[in-house]
Design a protein around this ligand. Structure first.
Ligand SMILES: Nc1ncnc2c1ncn2[C@@H]1O[C@H](COP(=O)(O)OP(=O)(O)OP(=O)(O)O)[C@@H](O)[C@H]1O
Ligand SMILES: O[C@H]1[C@H](O)[C@@H](O)[C@H](O)[C@@H](O)[C@H]1O
Length: 506
């Protein structure tokens, strides 16, 4: 059935009235077909595919094509072959489902009618992939065609299983996706009114793996700790015996401004070693999460991650934090000056809190990746290309904000891995973030709550499969997740409550 939705005919790429090559596309690939000149030895042809550029020619001559591509491609899965007198170039779309109007940036674009037809065909192909038991080849859209890239998920970008992994006539089952989490565990010391009120396991990696493990999403974690690391964790860290574990002190009474809008003041009082590319396994992952807290992620570490992971989500705190040489106070630098900027066009998601977002140019970043800005009790806002939207929060009584952003990111990735759209996945992020603020340290998620969330996620996916009108109705999903969320509020109250830095009663 899927083959009925394969490209029916190739498009001609015309330049100066002359056909330069033919091309077509599927959900995953753009194919270019170039007729080769006769009497040239096959070994003389060359083709260089870079993530946003292509060069084709005969060695020793000026290139025949030397152009930027319309959109980024995955270079490790793109390739070229020579078949008789045709060079066939297969470009693997970095953003699966994106409709390309031309392979070459700014030239030879399909007209709007042809683009629309192309988008409809890809959308049906997408339906077909999602529902292998049905035949969509005769289906038609009325009205505007949804975007095959975002319909039922930006997760479609790379997270959906290749058709070969799906069994016909069985409900769609996403195999256990592999997530790589990179960032150091740390010791968190919470200080209020000059006294230590809690010492807990910290580090974004710990909060995120807690969410992923609780949601049965398989993950591998790369983290470094010192000889003094004092927690039992399910993903063993690399121990550096001559070093101490990274320690953060969080002061809850130093950072309150005039309108009471406050957070903690953070100080890094010791730092373990950075994570090097060689510490990261060489295998491939579906999703990577660069989630350092104390400057342990280096540009070369992130580079390795984008090489080996299909999609990488980055917490901006891993990139823009600098530490006062005297007292370790955390300060932020602009993302452009962070030393990571050149890699950011290769990441999928950038998460920042509203304070951290002041250190980037959202307008610029949203063109490169999907930007998610969390805003405490107000939920979060998503920015991608020309779209933006607010995703509503869940009601919570805040005890300790530490780790809310991390759990949010964990929930977002769980949602994406499960195949939800980005806004739906962000709603899951809000859910896990809201539960985290009600605890000091790592929250223990209630099993009933987790089961109800899983059930609601499955229902949501089915609903979106059946009707595209459900896609924009996040309120409904929110309403259905809320009862699940409240089933997990502990009856045992936490002794100390820190609400925006202030103690208060529940
Ligand atoms: N008081 C709250 N009530 C409800 N939800 C909250 C609250 N605080 C945080 N959240 C949820 O957690 C998400 C992340 O919170 P926040 O924006 O405070 O992140 P953050 O500053 O990065 O946190 P941290 O650095 O402490 O990990 C929010 O988008 C929201 O969904
Ligand atoms: O455990 C916390 C948590 O991971 C926070 O997200 C991070 O900002 C802190 O530095 C860390 O100590």
């Amino acid at each position: 059935m899927a083959e009925k939705l394969a490209p029916e005919k190739r498009h001609d790429f015309i330049h100066n009235g002359q056909k330069v090559f033919e091309w077509d596309q599927t959900l995953e690939e753009v194919n270019m077909y170039i007729t080769l000149p006769p009497n040239v030895h096959p070994k003389a042809f060359h083709c260089k595919i870079q993530s946003k550029h292509i060069e084709v020619g005969i060695k020793g001559n000026p290139p025949y094509l030397n152009h930027d591509l319309s959109a980024p491609v995955k270079t490790d899965c793109s390739f070229w072959t020579l078949e008789d007198d045709i060079m066939h170039i297969t470009l693997q779309k970095r953003e699966k489902g994106q409709t390309w109007a031309s392979p070459i940036l700014g030239q030879g674009q399909l007209d709007p009618y042809a683009t629309d037809l192309e988008q409809k065909r890809l959308m049906l192909q997408r339906f077909q992939e999602e529902n292998p038991g049905f035949d969509f080849s005769q289906a038609q859209f009325t009205g505007n065609c949804p975007d095959p890239r975002s319909f039922m998920g930006a997760a479609i970008m790379t997270l959906n299983p290749p058709p070969s992994q799906q069994t016909p006539h069985s409900p769609r089952r996403i195999p256990n996706r592999r997530v790589l989490i990179v960032g150091n565990y740390c010791h968190d010391v919470l200080i209020q009114n000059g006294s230590i009120v809690a010492e807990t396991l910290g580090g974004a990696a710990s909060f995120i793996s807690n969410v992923l493990d609780s949601s049965s999403v398989s993950c591998e974690l790369v983290s470094k700790v010192g000889h003094d690391f004092r927690y039992e964790v399910s993903h063993s860290p690399i121990v550096v015996p001559e070093k101490e574990t990274t320690v953060f002190e969080a002061y809850f009474d130093l950072g309150i401004d005039g309108i009471g809008h406050a957070d903690r003041v953070l100080k890094r009082v010791s730092a373990c070693d950075p994570i090097l590319p060689s510490d990261i396994p060489d295998s491939r992952f579906d999703f990577g999460m660069a989630v350092g807290v104390g400057g342990e992620i280096l540009p070369e570490t992130l580079e390795k991650m984008v090489e080996i992971c299909d999609v990488v989500a980055v917490d901006i705190q891993a990139l823009i934090r600098v530490f006062d040489p005297v007292d370790g106070a955390v300060k932020l630098v602009d993302l452009k000056e962070s030393g990571f900027f050149h890699i950011l066009h290769r990441i999928g998601f950038l998460k920042a809190s509203s304070d951290e977002a002041l250190f980037m140019d959202i307008e610029q970043m949203k063109q490169l990746c999907c930007v998610v800005v969390t805003n405490g009790e107000k939920g979060c806002r998503i920015y991608h290309k020309d779209d933006e939207m607010t995703v509503p929060p869940f009601l919570a009584k805040q005890v300790d904000p530490t780790g809310a952003g991390d759990s949010f990111l964990g929930g977002l990735v769980v949602g994406l891995v499960e195949g939800l759209s980005v806004p739906d996945a962000a709603l899951l992020g809000n859910l896990f973030g809201s539960i985290t603020v009600e605890h000091i340290g790592q929250p223990k998620f209630d099993l009933m709550m987790l089961q109800r969330v899983k059930d609601e996620v499955q229902k949501r996916k089915k609903q979106c499969n059946l009707s595209s009108s459900h896609n924009n109705d996040y309120n409904e999903f929110h309403e259905r997740l809320s009862p699940a969320r409240f089933s997990c509020v502990d009856s045992q109250l936490q002794p100390k409550l820190l609400v925006n830095g202030h103690s208060c009663d529940r």
